[in-house]
Each structure stands twice: as C-alpha cells, then as structure tokens.
Design a protein around this ligand. Structure first.
Ligand SMILES: *Cc1c(COP(=O)(O)O)cnc(C)c1O
Length: 364
C-alpha cells in the first residue's frame, strides 16, 4: 500500500525551516527573556506590517484573543453578539463565559460563512457586536457586515483563527473590522509549536485596553486599572512564528495553487465543494467538500491511507452546553452543512501526486 498522507504536513514544513527555527529558539534561550522578550514585539511589528492593521497584540491562544477582545469592548452580562453556529466552540464560548448571549445567524450554503443578509433582522437593543468567522480560511462578506454594524453602531470582531493571510477586496483578513482574532495553534495556516494567538485593531483605545487586559489589567507595573487575565504569548512561541513568517508568502502561494487545483479537479468530477467568492481568496485552513454519504467516504479514504476530518459535525445551537442560551431555532443550512462537510489533506507541502490520490479516492 502507498504511504499515509499527512492531513496537515507539519513535518515537511519543519524540515524546510529547521535551521531557522533552531536559531530563533536558541536566541531566546541565550537572552533568557521568556516572558515579553524582544521577539514578542518583533512578531507584533511583523504582523502589523503583514496585515496593515495599526496594532497587533499577541496573546496566549486564539480563544484568549476572543476573550480579551470581548473584554476590551466591555461586553456585559445580557449583551448579545451575533455570530454563526457553524464554527469551533471557542467563538461562542467566550461570549457565554462573560455572561453574554450568542445569537446565531445561519450560513450561506456554498461558502459556509455567516449569511450577511440575515443579520439585520436579528439586531435588538441588546446587540453589541457582530462576530463573523472566516471559516476554512475565507472571510465572510465583511463589507456588508461593516455597513450593517456602522448603521447600528455595533463592533465587528472577526474570528480570523483560520484565515490569517487571506485577502478580501484587496485587504488582508485581520484588517477588516474593529477587532480581529487569530490563532497560532500548530495546524492553523500560520502556527507555532504550542498555543498562541493575536488580536488586531486600528483603534488606539481598544489596543491599549487589550494590552492592559493581557497582563492582569495593569497600565503600569502593579497598577491595576481594570480586570484582566494572564494572557501573554511566550517569547519562544513568538520566535517560532517569526521563523515561519519567513516562508509564509511562499506557503500562501502554494495554498492558493493547491486549493485552486482541488477546485478544478472536483469541478470536473462533479464533486460539490465549498465555494470561494470572486472578491476574496481562501488560505484553505481546511479544504472542504460536501458529500451525502460521509461515513462511507471517510472509511474508504481511511483504507487508502488518506486522513479526513469534519469541521464541524454539530452546529453550536445543537450542542448540549450551548442549546439552552440560543433563541435561534432552525439555522437549517448549518444543520445540513454539519451533516455533509468533509475536510481533506491540505498544506503548503502537499505533493501533486498525493493530491491526485485524494481526488481519485474521493471520486471512485
Ligand atoms: C482554532 C480556532 C479557535 C481557537 O483558537 P485556539 O488557538 O485553539 O484557542 C477559535 N475559532 C476558530 C474558528 C478556530 O478555528
């Protein structure tokens, strides 16, 4: 039997970057500033330059980025945040943790992102923010969402955990909203070797609030002006991301090319897939197709050494911990997508021959 394909090939990436990662990590071990060392600021500056957002605040994870963002806009118990039920739990989890209420708006069936045309009907006097998720690496309709938010004076927080590097109408993900949150979880498009994340904003006051909340609400050493958290990203993890950033533009080009190749091959074979709108691109944190007999297809691919994953098998309003807070019945497109989505091997280092094997196995 032929070799097992990696779902996300972190080994090939490490092989390519081994020396740079080692040098970056050794530098941290030599200077010994494990918390808030010089690499933290260097990474934040690099990410500011990359995204075009005015401020970047690195934090302990993508989840922490969402929590700190919601604290920075001073989300209060009972406040509502409009979001999608078709996402990883962390999106709604932090809203609930702060006593807020996630209000779920259904997705577009072809992109699997929040359907912006359904948002305005869900706005109430308690609505404080809209939190679209750039699912699978593609931004939602940030233009339209921004217009709705402006009309109703709401914050927009992009959950960009899967879309770092993506573009929307010529601008980068993480620079399209009041706040944006990304994750450096190892398998994300830009990952570290543990947990990490970042918040982006171009609002000076919100940026300052995020910086203070990250370090226990301190505006100066042992001067606590607000309630915060211990939410810093380690210097060592920042060093890993800095090393990976050197190859990131190349990886993005590879991801676009590999995703485009999957698209063409599946279109030719009549396989339904997640669509990418013409005014944006996807960094394909996941490459996802839609199938009716998912269990059978997964088993067949598994037999041929092809791992797959399901993001996500159950929309949040059907999850035990979240069902009770949701007033949103239905979201039928999210329910349907949850039953049909199937993510396939995807990484910058995916070989063409392996990709052909995936396509053949899926179409057989
Ligand atoms: C990964 C992910 C998160 C959480 O990021 P962590 O770094 O794992 O905390 C949040 N939202 C979405 C959509 C994600 O994919």
């Amino acid at each position: 039997m032929s070799h097992r394909i990696e779902f996300v090939d972190l080994k090939a990436q490490y092989a390519a970057l081994k020396d740079r990662i080692a040098a970056r990590m050794q530098a941290v071990l030599d200077h010994g500033q494990y918390i808030m060392g010089p690499e933290v600021k260097e990474l934040e500056q690099g990410l500011v330059a990359f995204t075009g957002a005015k401020h970047c605040i690195t934090v302990a994870s993508g989840t922490e980025a969402i929590l700190i963002s919601l604290m920075a806009i001073d989300l209060k118990p009972g406040d509502e945040v409009i979001t999608t039920p078709f996402t990883f739990a962390a999106t709604a989890e932090m809203i609930v943790l702060l006593g807020g209420k996630p209000v779920y708006v259904d997705i577009e069936p072809d992109t699997c992102n929040i359907d912006a045309s359904l948002i305005e009907a869900m706005i109430t006097p308690r609505t404080r923010a809209i939190m679209p998720v750039s699912l699978y690496g593609q931004c939602a309709d940030m233009d339209r969402i921004g217009q709705i938010a402006a009309r109703h004076q709401l914050f927009v927080i992009e959950d960009a955990a899967q879309s770092f590097g993506a573009s929307f109408q010529g601008r980068r993900s993480c620079n399209l909203s009041t706040l944006a949150c990304t994750s450096f979880f190892p398998s994300k498009p830009l990952g570290c070797y543990g947990d990490g994340g970042a918040i982006f904003t171009s609002d000076d006051r919100i940026a300052q609030a995020c910086r203070e909340i990250r370090v226990h609400g301190q505006s100066g050493r042992y001067h606590h002006t607000r309630i915060g958290v211990g939410g810093r990203m380690d210097t060592l993890q920042c060093a890993v991301v800095l090393a990976k950033l050197e190859r990131f533009e190349w990886e993005l080009q590879r991801r676009l090319a590999i995703g485009g190749r999957y698209d063409a091959l599946f279109d030719a074979a009549g396989v339904e897939r997640v669509r990418v709108r013409v005014d944006r691109d996807s960094v394909f944190a996941q490459y996802t197709v839609l199938v009716d007999d998912r269990t059978t297809v997964q088993a067949r691919l598994q037999e041929q050494g092809i791992p797959t994953a399901v993001h996500y098998p159950k929309p949040l309003h059907h999850q035990p911990a979240y069902a009770s807070q949701s007033g949103s019945e239905g979201c039928s497109q999210s329910v349907r997508a949850a039953a049909r989505v199937l993510s396939l091997p995807m990484s910058a280092d995916l070989a063409e021959a392996d990709q052909d094997r995936v396509v053949r196995a899926l179409c057989s």
